[in-house]
Design a protein around this ligand. Structure first.
Ligand SMILES: [Zn+2]
Length: 354
């Protein structure tokens, strides 16, 4: 949950934050962009907190009523617009607390920002500020806006009502509509260096951050999230063996996108090992081996199979079944061709799609 860290505790964002807050009159629409996972949402919320703060200084004081309300996501002059699937990450309460538990189980949370959300934000932008001068709408991430929602936002983004400020975030600004990009002033966030990220993770209580940080492609926030979900260095080291032995119980309960990502990285490293190179994510993958004679062609096929499965990774219908199919399917594909009967598992050829 984002509430546990804030931009003020992410050292690599500090200089950019200070610059944005002190460079004079802020543009009414900012696009906070950078490599995925450097803290775009934290940065945007910190800007909102500073603008709404009641103390007379550029940075948020952290002590006034407004600062508390922003921290609780209940400030009347702030709207945080995220896909339903990201509400918890953004520190927002679940939508429609009245919805029955039964309803939650059967409906998959949306990964898109819907037109109704943008309409509500535009209505909000026409209201008078409840507490002070500014009103802020945070849209995270802007690439989750579908074309209809993006178009609905365009006009207001160009000429927002007086007190209104928009902060859009993006981990892939090039993927946004040029019309969105051109209406915003860009704020580029930098990724931390490896040593800086490792030091920060140690400061968050992660004892051995190296394997997890590497597994996340150097994204420290993602690494912290994985460690908090139980995927620490020890787990990461054992992963290649678990898969080689088909131990799906060891990864039971992992979020499917995380498992898929890990399996894809494992496949990648087996391919490196097959040409005599060290693994990038799993240092000693060469010792586990993909089975003599597996060959690059078969590893490529395994990677393609995993990519196909990843298109269905959000399926809620049976996480346990999907985990089993993924582990056994990957294991079988990492074996040499013509597997012995004990290498075959009933699920190995089965797609996750029913
Ligand atoms: Zn304050």
């Amino acid at each position: 949950m984002s509430g546990a860290v804030s931009a003020s505790t992410l050292p690599w964002l500090g200089a950019g934050l200070a610059h944005t807050l002190t460079r004079g009159r802020a543009h009414h629409a900012l696009l906070v962009h950078g490599p995925a996972g450097v803290g775009q949402l934290d940065f945007a919320l910190e800007l909102a907190r500073a603008w709404l703060c009641e103390a007379p200084r550029p940075h948020a004081c952290g002590a006034c009523r407004s600062c508390h309300l922003v921290a609780e996501r209940s400030h009347p002059d702030l709207r945080v617009i995220v896909p339903e699937a990201l509400r918890a990450e953004a520190g927002l309460p679940e939508e429609g607390a009245a919805a029955s538990d039964e309803g939650k189980k059967t409906r998959k949370p949306s990964r898109a920002i819907l037109i109704e959300q943008i309409r509500a934000a535009l209505e909000f932008s026409n209201l008078t500020a409840a507490r002070g001068v500014h009103k802020v709408v945070v849209v995270h991430p802007a690439e989750a806006l579908n074309a209809v929602a993006a178009n609905a936002l365009l006009k207001t983004l160009e000429e927002p009502p007086g007190a209104m400020r928009f902060v859009l975030t993006s981990g892939d600004a090039q993927a946004l509509l040029p019309t969105i990009r051109s209406r915003c002033q860009g704020v580029a966030l930098r990724a931390p260096g490896r040593e800086e990220a490792l030091a920060w993770l140690r400061g968050q209580g992660v004892a051995e951050p190296e394997p997890v940080l590497d597994a996340c492609g150097g994204q420290p926030l993602r690494a912290l999230e994985l460690v908090r979900a139980g995927l620490d260095a020890a787990v990461w080291r054992q992963f290649p063996q678990w898969i080689a032995r088909g131990e799906s119980a060891a990864v039971a309960g992992w979020p499917l996108p995380v498992l898929l990502d890990a399996l894809q990285k494992l496949c990648h490293d087996h391919a490196l090992a097959a040409v005599g190179q060290a693994g990038r994510y799993f240092a000693d993958v060469g010792r586990v081996g993909a089975g003599p004679g597996t060959g690059l062609a078969r590893l490529t096929e395994a990677a393609a199979w995993l990519r196909a499965q990843s298109r269905h990774a959000d399926h809620p219908w049976s996480a346990a079944l999907a985990t089993e199919a993924l582990v056994q399917g990957t294991r079988a594909r990492l074996q040499p061709p013509h597997p012995t009967p004990q290498n075959l598992h009933p699920n190995t050829t089965q797609s996750l799609r029913p």
